[in-house]
Design a protein around this ligand. Structure first.
Ligand code: TYD
Ligand code: MG
Length: 459
């Protein structure tokens, strides 16, 4: 009997699957994203294999008490910031997806990792489907000298790649990028949803079977998710996003999923002419060039993972020339800014409806922690009244709809970071005041229970 060829329509933006073409994707509401892809029927076993599950029939349930934990083997990448994000190093046999905008530095970072690992006598295979050997070598020359344990391969056919990996059995494989990989068993074009998904499945199987740690590079769409399928994120062990303002020199590596560690950690890097350099003290880096005595500016402290980061919040409130005032938020949640402005209008009595407002996190960093609320409110009021806030002062706290200032996590860590960088005053939620006052003697702690109280400080 001839095998029936099935064709399925996939949304190229989010991976939504449909048996018929649709104009608008019900999943992500994008228009014209459906593309027909032919799916060859896969036997049950291969499908299981592709999902990374051993298809063997001798599998049986075991008692949880009988499961022996072997310490997962990790190797040090010699890049502190990357180790932190990965939860302590690369886990043997793990599959890690590194996503990010084109040109942000994914290939550079992974080439640097490859260099350090190969210097550590680990066999590394760097497979590129995007650049020629010469192009990679040019980049490598800027980064430094490489050891002979580092091998390069320009290839896009996954069958060939699998064969080479099995023959060479390297410790670490880097695939740059998953969108260029081509799997013969899938007839659709490289970069399409089914190609990317099948290729990831194959790599997952290789990683688990042979205990090889694999990094795959994925490009992101304009919405900021890895191009093609969201399903990719479910399949891999770790998802890292490399982000940052292309015009600024620093880059943030953020773990959004990690089966081997905490997800919230971030790593901070600076793009230099000789590659990426670690930034061990991001607060100092972020506060460089902060204006003195300017209205609409205040420093706040956000906790990213386990690390406090001080950042300057700027607000500019000016009379509008339109019927509807303009509101803009750079680096933070636009809706949150609107909400806080409504709170200020209602609870503090500011007439903000005839004013444009622009909020900016200096340096182009993106933070959405609710602890930023209080500082945003204070920056807005300071700009509105054109009065600078106290010098050397930080503020943090969540603001509720009644204008109350609520407690946030780890207030002590935030205050101690401020103290370390020489700040003199901390405006904190009232609930944390007493404890902080007894813990920190040489920094002034002002507890506030409402936004009204906080903005009264700006006079
Ligand atoms: P790249 O790693 O190619 O980005 P991606 O793989 O994410 O697309 O890096 C892109 C940019 O980084 C490129 O515009 C040049 C810059 N760069 C430096 O500034 N210094 C360096 O040492 C290197 C290698 C790149
Ligand atoms: Mg690249």
């Amino acid at each position: 009997m001839a095998t029936k060829i099935k064709s399925v329509f996939y949304c190229q933006s989010c991976g939504y699957e449909s048996s018929k073409w649709m104009g608008q994707c019900p999943g992500c509401r994008e228009w014209n994203t459906f593309v027909e892809e032919v799916v060859k029927p896969t036997a049950g076993k291969t499908a299981k294999k592709a999902a990374g599950i051993s298809g063997a029939g001798d599998n049986k349930p075991v008692k949880i008490s009988e499961v022996v934990i072997t310490d997962e083997e990790r190797f040090d990448t010699h890049i502190g910031e990357l180790n932190r994000v990965l939860g302590g190093g690369i886990v043997k046999g793990s599959l890690t997806l590194v996503g990010g905008d084109p040109g942000i530095g994914k290939s550079t970072l992974l080439l640097q990792v490859a260099r350090l690992l190969s210097k550590d006598k680990r066999k590394v295979l760097y497979i590129s489907g995007e650049e020629s050997l010469q192009q990679i070598k040019l980049r490598a020359n800027r980064i430094g000298d490489f050891s002979d344990d580092m091998n390069l391969l320009c290839e896009t056919d996954l069958g060939t790649i699998e064969e080479i990996i099995r023959r060479q059995s390297p410790d670490v494989v880097i695939i740059d990028s998953i969108q260029t990989m081509f799997n013969e068993s899938v007839s659709s074009a490289p970069g399409s949803v089914s190609q990317v998904r099948e290729s990831t499945g194959v790599l997952m199987r290789i990683a688990k079977q042979l205990g090889i740690s694999i990094f795959i590079v994925g490009h992101v769409t304009k919405e900021g998710t890895v191009a093609g399928p969201r399903v990719l994120e479910h399949m891999v062990d770790t998802v890292l996003y490399f982000e940052g303002d292309r015009h600024a020199s620093y880059r943030i590596l953020r773990a959004v999923k990690n089966r081997f560690g905490s997800t919230n950690e971030i790593g901070v890097f600076e793009m230099r002419t000789e590659g990426l350099a670690e930034v061990a003290n991001p607060s100092e880096f972020m506060l460089e060039g902060k204006p003195e005595n300017a209205s609409g500016s205040i420093v706040t402290c956000s906790i990213e993972g386990t690390r406090p980061i001080l950042i300057e919040i700027q607000a500019l409130v000016s009379h509008t020339n339109f019927n509807f005032p303009r509101r803009q938020a750079n680096g933070t949640d636009y809706n949150r800014v609107n909400l806080l402005m409504a709170v200020l209008e209602k609870r503090v009595g500011l007439e903000l409806s005839s004013y444009d407002a622009y909020i900016n996190l200096a340096g182009g960093m993106k933070l959405i922690e609710p602890a930023l609320d209080l500082s945003m409110c204070m920056a807005i009021v300071s700009s509105f009244r054109n009065k600078p806030i106290l010098d050397d002062c930080i503020a943090f706290g969540e603001v509720g709809l009644s204008g109350e200032v609520r407690s946030v996590t780890m207030p002590d860590v935030r205050v101690s970071e401020a103290a370390r960088l020489g700040f003199k005053t901390c405006i904190v939620p009232k609930s944390a005041e007493a404890k902080l006052k007894s813990a920190f003697k040489d920094i002034k702690i002002i507890g506030v229970s409402s936004v009204q109280e906080a903005v009264n400080i700006i006079r």
